[in-house]
Ligand binder design. Structure first.
Ligand code: UN1
Length: 506
């Protein structure tokens, strides 16, 4: 693929989504595609001032949007879901261009957006509060959920659109305007998503105020302005633990609310009774899919000593034969790393693993005819012990494999890392399965049985504990974070009894 043609595809795809944004801004921020390392666009950027102005527009939008009935707000999200269905291929292609995903994974990400829209539409009629028994006669107590305010959304390069939609689809039905700061590496997908949403807003009509959803292009200056603004009620940030350590305290300092969805160090445990063929396929997708660049990627694997010599050779074979290549031109399963820094991080982790006695299979750069891009063979690393780089998240396709003999002991190792996002056990033994899911089992937000760590559906709450940040997005009751709770006690009697039997007669 020539330089020209990749930027041409970008232009055609952006305009197919309805985006009229200038892609050749003189001196603008360069957007580099990991597919071939070429510059596909130059974008004008925002700064602290334009971010402040966007937040002001969103604050004004909040005053109007909070008064639109929730089912009507759901109608906008329904229309958005329709527009997303029409643009699934185009948006998926933008994900492939900017993040290097295969078409199937790029479109899968758009499907997650469609799914959460459907979920949010139903939710728009189900923002239920409780009715609560009161101790006072002639009284009624209930809780009501009200719109919260402006929601600032920060997203990472590896999922350039779905996490925004998990947040924005819920926020919009909950009555909150959204301001989105996508990764500097993937702002085009964000602008394309905004264009698709704008089509839905145009169909929805005047009830949608100006500034209901906005995208800000830029780096830390924009992020800081968003995070520090007291006018932003909730910051929902997806990205590294390093980023979360900066964002969390800043938002807490001003008593803002935060949803943090940060790094993971996700593991699988393969038990002697496991269906090995199924486990192998699940591990392959979990560890090598998306070139190891999912927050849910499987990074550690504990294999029982009795089956180690069955599964590890099969894994080595899969690692040696998995297809690697340009996601837009081939049907390769593994695309590029995002950039050279990611490759350096991978190399450093592998060197450290070797120095600790690890045996590294794969991990080198692959020649796919694009010198400025970083394609690598995923690395399978047999480790003698659970230490060093095994304890950290390296955002690259590295799977550390370790032998275990005792299930209770391996559970301790499983939980002995900073991340607490996702986890899997492969077993057909009921006791092992239930123990893994129990209070002394996996300490992660996601604990799976006989499936991999990645590829969660939108219906469940998504997120994890410890250094993963504790936030929950997407399904279940994650919507509550986007609303404020009001407890209401109503006295319909002619008396004024005080709670707790307190007497105060004047
Ligand atoms: C992420 O990598 O930030 O469970 C999100 C998964 C996807 C979402 C990943 N549904 O792998």
């Amino acid at each position: 693929m020539t330089r020209q043609s990749l930027s041409e595809i970008t232009r055609t795809t952006m305009s197919a989504c309805g985006s009229g944004v200038a892609l050749d801004h003189d001196g603008g921020m360069e957007i580099v595609s990991p597919v071939d390392g070429s510059v596909v666009a130059r974008l004008a950027t925002d700064d602290a001032d334009t971010t402040g102005a966007a937040i002001d527009r969103a604050s004004a939008a909040f005053r109007a949007w909070r008064m639109v009935p929730a089912p009507r707000r759901g109608e906008l999200v329904r229309l958005f879901g329709e527009e997303l269905r029409k643009s699934k291929e185009d948006l998926g292609r933008m994900v492939s261009i900017e993040a290097g995903k295969s078409p199937s994974e790029g479109q899968g990400e758009v499907q997650e957006m469609i799914d959460i829209c459907d979920f949010a539409v139903g939710l728009s009629r189900q923002l239920y509060g409780l009715t609560i028994a009161t101790e006072r006669p002639g009284h009624r107590m209930m809780e009501t959920w009200h719109p919260l305010g402006v929601v600032g959304i920060i997203t990472a390069f590896n999922f350039p659109c779905a996490p925004w939609c998990w947040n924005s689809a819920l926020a919009l039905v909950c009555g909150d305007p959204v301001v989105w700061k996508p990764s500097e590496k993937t702002p085009l997908t964000a602008l394309a998503c905004q264009a698709v949403l704008d089509r839905a807003i145009a169909r929805f009509g005047d009830e949608a105020p100006e500034g209901l959803s906005q995208v800000l292009v830029g780096g830390p200056e924009v992020g800081t302005a968003l995070v520090e603004s007291e006018k932003v009620a909730l910051i929902s940030a997806t990205g590294s633990t390093r980023m979360g350590r900066i964002v969390g305290p800043k938002v807490a300092e001003r008593f803002g609310k935060c949803i943090l969805e940060l790094g993971g160090n996700n593991a699988g445990i393969v038990c002697p009774s496991a269906d090995l063929d199924m486990a192998l396929r699940a591990i392959a997708f979990g560890a090598m899919g998306t070139a190891g660049q999912r927050c849910t990627t499987m990074r550690r694997l504990f294999v029982h000593e009795d089956i180690y010599d069955q599964i590890v050779p099969a894994l080595k074979k899969a690692y040696g034969s998995v297809t690697i290549g340009n996601p837009l031109e081939t049907d390769a399963l593994v695309g590029p790393l995002i950039d050279g820094a990611a490759f350096e991080g991978m190399t450093a982790a592998l060197d450290e693993a070797r120095s600790l006695g690890g045996t590294v299979h794969g991990g080198g750069r692959e020649d796919v005819g694009a010198e400025a891009a970083y394609y690598v063979r995923p690395a399978l690393v047999e480790m003698p012990s659970h230490e060093g780089p095994v304890l950290r998240e390296t955002f690259a396709p590295i799977l550390y494999v370790m032998k275990y003999s005792d299930f209770d002991r391996v559970l301790e190792d499983h939980n002995a890392v900073g991340g607490g996002l996702s986890s899997s056990v492969f077993t057909t033994d009921l006791r092992e399965m239930e123990t893994f899911l129990s209070a002394r089992g996996s300490d992660c937000g996601i604990a799976n049985v006989n499936i991999g760590t990645s590829g969660a559906e939108i219906g469940g709450a998504f997120g994890g504990e410890k250094e993963t940040g504790g936030g929950r997005e997407s399904g279940s009751d994650a919507w509550r974070a986007y609303m404020r709770r009001s407890t209401n006690t109503i006295n319909y009697s002619r008396e004024l009894p005080l709670a707790q039997g307190v007497v105060f007669d004047i």
